[in-house]
Design a protein around this ligand. Structure first.
Ligand code: C2E
Ligand code: MG
Ligand code: MG
Ligand code: MG
Length: 280
């Protein structure tokens, strides 16, 4: 049975090509109709202003609860959904949830934006920019409240994807390059992509240990962003030491377990409220 091989193959440590293909096929099959069966939820991970500690944004992160196999990691199912094309419908749903959520936060008085991971498959959809703007309008959320996160390594047809990003950006949606520094042509992309925000990959944050060598790449990315007048968000901030060092190096924002894990939307509101209380 296809669904069974999902778990059995996950347990294999070094799967062969055949194991991997079988697992992919099983996941692809399980993904079909998962949206209609209500198996997805969206969690939100706060992004904080490092200087003040204030929550300024939250990243929408998709969660899939399979009825038999439990939680399946996005790192496992997103690549499969990309190959099968399911990501188009799923991604649109995430976007709608996130935009409605940011509208609700703002209506409740929290000055937040929301960031949504968008896959290259979605950027190739002919009317993506128009659809995104329609979703914003219907929810009553300004374009400025949305950030679209793209990864540099994932571009397929660059001209089409860049055109979609330009359309979004000229309407006021901001563009972030996710996992910056891990793709194969980071610096080239910066000159070709319309971009507002660089997210420093968490592997570089994890290397920060108080030595100049450990902080070298994070520091270089922050400098580069400053020169290009981009905002930096450091990903995977887990310790006070990393947060302090990132702030000293000039990174405006941070995201990571130190501040919060990805949580349901009510908990983001609670974190914002607690912070306001602390200041008042
Ligand atoms: P990402 O966009 O780079 O998201 C950040 C990932 O790092 C999340 O993993 C988050 O839970 C994790 N993380 C955050 N802080 C820390 C930390 O302090 N330490 C560590 N070790 N990890 C931290 P998650 O939620 O498992 O998502 C994995 C990836 O799946 C995302 O990486 C993104 O590429 C993709 N993804 C998630 N949701 C979506 C979606 O709706 N659409 C698309 N296309 N991709 C998605
Ligand atoms: Mg992301
Ligand atoms: Mg990332
Ligand atoms: Mg990532």
């Amino acid at each position: 049975h296809a669904a069974r091989s999902v778990t059995s193959t996950f347990a294999v440590h070094e799967p062969s090509m055949n194991d991997r293909r079988a697992a992919d096929a099983a996941i692809a099959e399980a993904l079909e109709g998962a949206l209609q069966r209500d198996e997805f939820t969206v969690l939100y991970q706060p992004i904080v202003d490092l200087a003040s500690g204030r929550v300024v944004a939250a990243e929408a992160l998709l969660r899939w609860q399979h009825p038999l196999h439990g939680a399946v990691s996005p790192a496992t199912f997103i690549p499969v959904a990309e190959r099968s094309g399911e990501i188009v419908g799923i991604g649109r749903w995430v976007l709608e949830q996130a935009v409605r959520q940011v509208a609700a936060w703002r209506a409740a008085g929290a000055d937040l934006s929301v960031t949504v991971n968008v896959s290259p498959r979605q950027l190739q959809e002919p009317h993506l920019a128009r659809d995104v703007l329609a979703v914003l309008e219907r929810a009553g959320a300004p374009a400025e409240s949305l950030v679209v996160e793209v990864t540099e390594s994932a571009m397929v047809d660059e001209a089409v994807e860049v055109a979609a990003l330009r359309r979004l950006r000229s309407a006021g949606v901001r563009i972030a390059i996710d996992d910056f520094g891990t793709g194969y042509s980071s610096l080239q992309y910066l000159t070709r992509l319309p971009v507002d925000i660089l997210k420093i990959d968490r592997s570089f944050v994890a290397q920060m240990d108080g030595t100049p060598e450990g902080a070298a790449i994070a520091e270089a990315v922050i400098r580069l962003a400053q020169i290009l007048r981009l905002t930096t968000v450091a990903e995977g901030v887990e310790t006070e030491g990393q947060a302090a060092e990132l702030l000293a190096l000039g990174s405006e924002r941070g995201q990571g377990y130190l501040f919060s894990r990805p949580v349901p939307p009510e908990q983001v509101s609670a974190l914002v409220a607690r912070r306001q209380d602390a200041v008042a």
